[in-house]
Design a protein around this ligand. Structure first.
Ligand code: B12
Length: 428
């Protein structure tokens, strides 16, 4: 391999999605920034919403290609790899992201190199090895301990105004102020990819926001931390800074960790919407997935957050192992009692890297239809692949339960950004 190389990082499209150009590929932009820091030329090809006929042109010739792979994108990533090899048969294809992190051996059958977990540091080692002509097959977890030392995401490599995220009625963009999560919910891949919880300093977050305002004039944000509101000692001073910046934002909270005062402060600092992973109205199901939170806590948090003037959103999952007609009724009752403003309904999928994938028996998972393109969910629409059978349901029963819950949910009245967004895309 020659001494000077160039890299193209690729974000595959999400073909099942209603709209896959909703947020810029933030993780990929972090990786791009690290590569640029080495003085290596890097481009980003975000294939979201791009016609297939354009892919070859968008990807272009490079020495190294990096593809971000979620499980549902695995099949399409293999197609993308073929395009890359056609463009440059000598190129190396690096696979990263949630899926190769969870299933590195399998991923190596289709790609040249796998980087596990956060790639900010490993990508540098990997590219140096490629230049030397001796890359490893797998680069193991190399966790950045001090997030402040990482370069900010290379947002200039995409057109961030060409994404559709709406927060507070206006175009927004994504930021992340911490990585990882101290909880280990059985359905989530985050503990596998991030291993350890780390926070950025408030100064670094404020500097990034100021830069985005200055460069792009964007003042509305979606904060993608697994739980933004975890640590009051850092949260309250950060919210004071947000107030001064006059921004609007949306974030994820946690019902058992937040109280009314937190919600009031969030509201005062420009928070429009807070989302909780309520998942289900059945305490038994919450316990089964190690949620470490009660239905009562979820109800109280939603009521308190609404009282504080926030729009409240809940993430629900239908088909948690153990789900049956009775637990569906419990979820309906929960939604009636808590009365959140918005919801997203996901269909349960044992995602590679999650505990439900690793320990199927423990959760009574009888069957997984391993058609990876079906491992998707469409936010807001309640649509998603049906891939699991458990001790309490088969595929048909799962579909019936989902239709039942969807029927109930769509009859209720909702308010929030997602409704606004759906109005816009219907209108377009
Ligand atoms: C924000 C987010 C989204 C956003 C925006 C995604 C984006 N492109 O930024 C939206 C709403 C669009 C989205 C959609 C979906 N998401 Co999502 N999402 C997330 C979330 C909450 C945060 C991602 C993030 O920004 N993290 C912070 C950055 C720093 O980390 P990162 O993105 O992982 O990137 C690091 C590493 O992964 C790695 N890396 C990333 N890309 C690459 C590329 C290369 C070449 C290399 C070497 C390394 C590398 O290095 C990065 C820097 O350290 C994660 C959960 C989580 N905690 O990570 C889920 C998560 C990634 N999503 C997930 C899923 C399943 C989906 C959906 C299929 C819908 C769904 N929920 O079912 C869709 C499909 C999207 C698609 N394009 O195909 C799963 C993936 C699990 C899996 N095995 O596939 C996760 C892990 C959540 C979970 N349920 O466990 N998502």
């Amino acid at each position: 391999m020659k001494r000077t190389i160039n890299v193209c990082l690729i974000s595959p499209p999400q073909i099942n999605s209603l709209d896959d150009r909703i947020d810029p590929p933030l993780g990929l932009l972090y990786v791009a920034a690290s590569i640029r820091d080495m003085g290596i030329e890097v481009r980003v090809a975000d294939l979201a919403s791009q016609p297939y006929a354009q892919w070859e042109k968008l990807i272009g010739k490079a020495d190294v290609y990096g593809i971000e792979i979620y499980t549902c994108n695995y099949p399409i990533s293999k197609q993308i790899k073929k395009i890359c090899k056609k463009l440059n048969p000598k190129s190396k294809i690096v696979a990263g992201g949630a899926h190769p992190t969870a299933l590195p051996k399998q991923s190596l059958k289709d790609f040249d190199i796998v980087i596990k977990g956060e790639a900010d540091l490993s990508i540098k080692e990997c590219l140096k090895d490629i230049i030397k002509g001796k890359p490893k097959a797998v680069y193991d977890f190399n966790i950045p301990q001090d997030l402040d030392k990482l370069p900010l995401p290379a947002r200039d490599l995409v057109d961030i105004k060409n994404y559709h995220r709406i927060v507070g009625g206006k175009l927004a963009t994504s930021i992340i102020t911490s990585r990882g999560c101290p909880y280990k919910c059985a359905f989530c891949n985050s503990p596998m990819t991030f291993k350890k919880m780390r926070f950025r300093s408030n100064r670094s977050v404020v500097d990034e926001i100021k830069l985005i305002i200055k460069r792009y004039g964007i003042r509305n944000f979606i904060i993608y931390d697994d739980i933004f509101t975890l640590n009051r000692a850092r949260l309250y001073p950060l919210l004071d800074e947000f107030k001064k910046l006059r921004i609007k934002f949306r974030c994820n909270g946690r019902a058992d960790r937040n109280n009314y005062e937190d919600f009031v402060r969030l509201k005062e600092s420009g928070c429009t919407t807070i989302a909780f992973g309520a998942e289900s109205g059945s305490q038994d199901l919450l316990d089964r997935i190690n949620k470490k939170c009660t239905v009562r806590q979820n109800i109280k948090a939603i009521k308190d957050a609404k009282k504080a003037g926030l729009i409240t959103k809940v993430y629900l999952i239908v088909g948690i192992p153990g789900e049956n007609k009775d637990t569906i009724q419990e979820t309906k009752r929960f939604m009636e009692t808590a009365d959140p403003d918005e919801y997203t309904l996901f269909t349960f999928i044992p995602l590679p890297g999650s505990d439900t994938w690793e320990h199927k028996k423990k959760y009574g998972i009888r069957r997984i239809v391993k058609v990876y393109s079906e491992f998707y969910n469409i936010a807001g629409q309640g649509e998603g692949g049906l891939v699991t059978e458990t001790d309490s349901y088969d595929l048909e029963e799962l579909m019936e339960m989902r239709e039942d819950l969807k029927g109930f949910l769509t009859k209720r009245r909702w308010r929030g950004d997602i409704q606004e967004y759906f109005k816009r895309i219907k209108w377009r």
